[in-house]
Design a binder for this molecule. Structure first.
Ligand SMILES: [Zn+2]
Length: 373
């Protein structure tokens, strides 16, 4: 075994991220006469337990803390409309409620969402400025479903897109790639850059899960951006073999051909085996595999520049171990903590690449070949 490369990894976390109140929904359904109030899927517990596992291990001393700050209105306006910002602000000031697309908010959510965006922007500055090699932003609310004027899928502002716009506007970066391994489609970045040849957007997701009708293979960009949007829809039940094959056969070659100056990752852990919203079978080691693969590309083309924003992942029990495995890969620091679920998940039937899963990958490759890419 080769010794992992040690890297300076920045970490953004604010306790206030945990105070974004998603109300007493039943998973993602608003309460009613036949719907008992419960917990919204996107509540603070999963992320807080990830942060707590970091604190309980030697990872705590390894990470370089980056402090979040509220994003300014001009920074939000780099992608969102004034109407989007004002509507959300007014809803929160009125006490909160359903902001759209199964996304309830509380009185403080607007300010907390601004803090999450600002955390991403500070991480961008740190990575490009060289005070860290890479960074992980453990923020709430998540961002990868938010579009210019659309709140949906528990996302208020497009954290990652706003980070990319910051990297372009302030630091002059030209070519940036987004890799979204959240189990849901990365519609936010796709909508932002569909006709933009300078931003390569890649989304691996469960086929037609959320948003409905998005993420199809032939949605591959338009105009000058034709070919610069790569959707990889995978069958429910895909596990280690399918994801690693899709990464090796599609994601890595696309990144190599594109030669990005920086890689953004929408880091959702809802393709993990124990997730209540996704139907995939990944383990912490599969997330480490994908991270190591991305770090290799970042070393080759981007001087190591890689930034992850935390997105979905709804298993409070398991997300912390997936997150820790990613941080271990990013920093090259092994905590020695064993994933207590690993043996159980690796033993699932169908973890090896299945013929129908390879067919799904081949279909994407054939579409790319037809575009000349
Ligand atoms: Zn998700």
């Amino acid at each position: 075994m080769t010794t992992p490369t040690r890297r300076k990894t920045g970490f953004v976390y604010a306790e206030q991220f945990m105070w974004h109140d998603t109300q007493r929904y039943n998973l993602l359904i608003a309460p009613g006469l036949t719907v008992q109030p419960g917990e919204h899927a996107e509540n603070e517990e999963t992320k807080r337990r990830f942060r707590n596992l970091v604190a309980a291990t030697t990872m705590e001393d390894e990470l370089l803390r980056i402090k979040a700050r509220p994003a300014t209105e001009p920074e939000l306006l780099r992608f969102h409309s004034q109407k989007h910002i004002s509507t959300l602000d007014a809803l929160c000031k009125s006490g909160g409620g359903e902001a759209g697309g199964k996304t309830p908010v509380g009185p403080a959510s607007f300010d907390i969402a601004r803090l999450a965006v600002g955390g991403v922007l500070e991480a961008v500055d740190a990575v490009i400025g060289g005070t860290v090699d890479n960074a992980y932003v453990l923020c709430r609310p998540p961002g990868h479903h938010a579009e210019r004027e659309l709140v949906t899928g528990f996302c208020l502002f497009a954290n990652g897109v706003l980070g990319i716009e910051h990297a372009r506007a302030v630091h002059g970066l030209k070519r940036i790639a987004v890799v979204d391994y959240d189990v849901h489609h990365g519609n936010g970045a796709e909508s932002a850059y569909y006709d933009d040849p300078d931003i390569l957007t890649i989304s691996m997701h469960q086929d037609n899960l959320f948003p409905p009708g998005r993420g199809a293979v032939d949605h591959s960009g338009a105009g000058a951006g034709a070919g610069a949007n790569l959707n990889i829809p995978l069958f429910p039940g895909s596990g280690s073999g399918a994801y690693r094959a899709a990464f090796d056969q599609l994601v890595v070659p696309a990144l190599r051909a594109f030669k990005p100056e920086m890689i953004f990752v929408a880091s959702g852990f809802d393709a993990a085996a124990l997730d209540p919203l996704g139907h995939m079978m990944l383990s912490s080691q599969d997330y480490a595999y994908m991270t190591n693969s991305l770090l290799g590309i970042a070393d080759e083309f981007c001087a190591g520049r890689l930034l992850m924003t935390h997105e979905g992942g709804y298993s409070a029990a398991y997300v912390p171990y997936c997150g820790l495995a990613v941080l271990e890969a990013m920093s090259g620091h092994a905590t020695g903590v064993d994933d207590p679920f690993l043996g159980f998940i690796e033993n699932y039937g169908g973890q090896a690449l299945q013929p129908h899963q390879q067919m799904a990958i081949d279909r994407v490759a054939a579409h790319r070949a037809s575009l000349g890419g």
